[in-house]
Design a binder for this molecule. Structure first.
Ligand SMILES: [Zn+2]
Length: 256
């Protein structure tokens, strides 16, 4: 009987130990589970361009136009690329609609580490100096000037260079997305200037003519050049005055 009781006591003890062991194992499992969050942690936000190599060719399709962006310069900033791309899609459709509905539908941008100027346009390609964009990352409306040349697509010799560049800077003045941020603006008139000074000086003259003489003057000049019919007489055909007479009027009251 004692033996039997002992045996029962042993059995009870063994059972309790077994339960304790089981509880201990359950506790270990529960404490292990504390190392896992019941819900997965959200992934840290990664900007979509951060893993992209800057040394690449990337194609963008928006607004019915295609932009192929080529870069071979390791110092070129992705943020500058995005701003240039956004500038292109902002201004190009407007420029094409106003000045040349046959403007190229596919445009290529090249960032050139070996070009010593700022930028140039040829055919359907605009090329930008890598050093210029690195040193002037806010000058992204350089795009507006260059792509206006693609819209112009003037035949060789159809326009004097000062007028071609003046119209491109007029386009930048009118359609630029962030000229102020780029530190770019039209210069004040001065008596030392001439309409043949090109670029911003001519652009300001065109903006003044548009406001004070004829609202379609730039459109009509552009059309004449594109039709290869531009001559010095075009100014009087459009406005009734010679370009020298127009400049004389401008110089007397140049406020924009
Ligand atoms: Zn130009």
């Amino acid at each position: 009987m004692m033996k039997a009781l002992f045996n029962i006591r042993e059995l009870v003890s063994a059972y309790i130990n077994f339960q304790r062991a089981g509880f201990l194992m359950l506790s270990i499992l529960l404490s292990c589970n504390k190392n896992y969050d019941p819900e997965p942690k959200p992934q840290a936000y990664v900007p979509p361009t951060s893993n992209e190599s800057v040394l690449t060719t990337k194609t963008y399709n928006r607004e019915g136009y295609t932009l192929i962006f080529k870069n071979t310069d390791a110092t070129f900033a992705l943020a500058t690329r995005e701003k240039m791309v956004n500038t292109f899609f902002n201004v190009y459709p407007k420029l094409a609609t106003r000045f040349n509905t046959q403007a190229p539908g596919t445009v290529t941008f090249v960032i050139d580490p070996n070009y010593s100027g700022a930028a140039y346009a040829a055919g359907t390609t605009t090329t930008y100096s890598a050093a210029w964009m690195r040193d002037h990352p806010l000058d992204t409306d350089i795009v507006t000037h260059e792509v206006m040349h693609l819209v112009q697509s003037y035949s060789s010799g159809a326009s004097p260079g000062w007028l071609t560049e003046g119209i491109a800077d007029y386009a930048r003045h009118k359609y630029g997305v962030d000229n102020a941020g780029g530190g770019w603006s039209l210069p004040d008139y001065s008596s030392s200037q001439s309409y043949t000074n090109s670029y911003r000086v001519t652009a300001r003259f065109l903006a003044w003519l548009e406001k004070n003489v004829k609202s379609t003057v730039v459109d009509e000049l552009n059309s004449a050049i594109r039709a290869k019919s531009y001559s010095v007489d075009t100014w009087s055909q459009i406005t009734g005055k010679t370009v020298d007479q127009l400049w004389q009027s401008y110089s007397q009251n140049p406020a924009l």
